[in-house]
Design a protein around this ligand. Structure first.
Ligand code: 9MR
Length: 375
């Protein structure tokens, strides 16, 4: 009963806060959630809490004033939130057996305050991974049994804590390469492909009602597409549940070809899952790299940073057309696309300003540095 009233309250809050979403004009099907990822500064600022972070690596991109702008935008323009960093393993469990839920709890409180659906992001991922998950104190890979236990215990603790409050989890993140081979990360070195199946099994048992997703970037790559389809089939044949594929959609002006992107949408739908656009942004800058693997970096040169002082009309029009073409696909497959989430709130704090080249000025999101809608 308590859960039911909470759900009704959440629904009402969603209606009252998010009924004028500007993106809804471009994505009219109301069944499609329109989401953003928020960082811990937005959350703490809104809740009036002091900033809490033990990790110096989570630096604020942008300036303090941008956080106020983002705080004003989020409740009006989105009805779904993904945690940018606070639900990753190195944040939640920096040491084996110890858990720090301060930031994740604040994130939940913030999302629930505005009746937003919540997506749990990136528990099992080779980046921002708690060291103890796959390695022992001497840095050696742990045994198969130990890794399975580590994954199991972590998933049960974290999914268990937020059971009934998180709508869906990115169970496994970025486990496949462009050519369709499995990424040779520590999970894979220890367990082979089974690490993915085991994670889904644990997730399904830890919260039988939560949605489960496989999430990756460069999903238009034919090799990755084929392996994702095989993965969906394998999981299903083992009686495991996978509800949707997360197409991250960190894309640029000239990659990927939307024809290839559409082929992937069709292939995933045919394999029997929904599609979520989970980390959408369209970089307007020239890009030497089409992936989103954070370990890949390139040297800054001024010719790669052409819009420091603003975007000329022609370039802006071309960028708007890219979004229009992407949304045309979302709307074409709107029976199967259940969510479009943007990776950030405004250009000011987007990770793209530092990736794959540090210190550039990018304009990848629907809302600009001043908070104005650009589409
Ligand atoms: O936006 C996140 C950024 O703040 C972190 O520094 C970075 C570190 O890995 O992760 C970013 O988010 C990533 C997401 O979790 C998974 N897909 C790629 C995203 C962009 O790197």
């Amino acid at each position: 009963m308590k859960k039911l009233s909470l759900l009704i309250l959440a629904g009402l809050a969603q209606l009252s806060f998010a009924q004028d979403m500007q993106l809804r004009k471009l994505i009219p099907n109301k069944n499609i959630l329109i989401g953003a990822t928020v960082n811990q500064w937005v959350v703490a600022n809104d809740l009036g809490k002091p900033h809490y972070s033990k990790k110096a690596s989570y630096k604020l991109v942008g300036e303090r004033k941008h956080i106020d702008i983002e705080c004003a935008i989020v409740p009006k323009e989105f009805n779904c939130l993904t945690a940018e960093n606070c639900m990753k393993t190195e944040v939640i469990s920096p040491e084996k057996g110890k858990f720090d839920f301060v930031l994740a709890d604040q994130f939940m409180e913030y999302a629930e305050k505005y009746g937003m659906a919540v997506i749990g992001h990136a528990p099992m991922w080779h980046t921002q991974l708690a060291k103890w998950m796959c390695r022992d104190k001497d840095g050696n890979l742990v045994s198969k049994e130990e890794l399975k236990k580590n994954i199991h215990d972590y998933i049960f603790t974290v999914y268990g804590r937020y059971r009934g409050r998180v709508k869906g989890w990115d169970v496994v993140n970025e486990a496949i390469e462009d050519d369709g081979s499995y990424r040779n990360n520590d999970f894979y070195k220890i367990l082979g492909e089974e690490w993915i199946d085991w994670s889904f099994k644990c997730a399904m048992e830890a919260d039988p009602n939560v949605e489960l997703y496989y999430n990756d970037f460069s999903m238009a790559a034919p090799g990755r597409r084929a392996t994702v389809v095989n993965l969906i089939k394998r999981l299903k044949s083992k009686g495991l549940r996978i509800d949707a594929v997360g197409m991250q959609t960190h894309i640029g002006m000239d990659f990927p070809k939307f024809k290839e992107y559409e082929k992937s949408m069709q292939a995933f739908i045919a394999a029997g899952v929904d599609i979520h656009l989970t980390e959408t942004d369209i970089s307007i800058l020239p890009n030497p790299y089409t992936g989103a693997d954070v370990a890949t970096r390139f040297q800054y040169t001024p010719d790669k940073d052409p819009y420091k002082d603003g975007v000329p009309e022609k370039a802006l029009k071309a960028w708007q057309k890219r979004y229009k073409d992407l949304f045309a696909l979302v709307n074409k497959y709107s029976d199967h696309v259940k969510r479009v989430t943007f990776w950030g709130v405004t250009d000011a704090t987007s990770w793209k300003n530092d990736f794959p080249i540090h210190g550039r000025t990018d304009y990848p999101l629907p809302f600009g540095r001043d908070g104005k809608f650009k589409l």
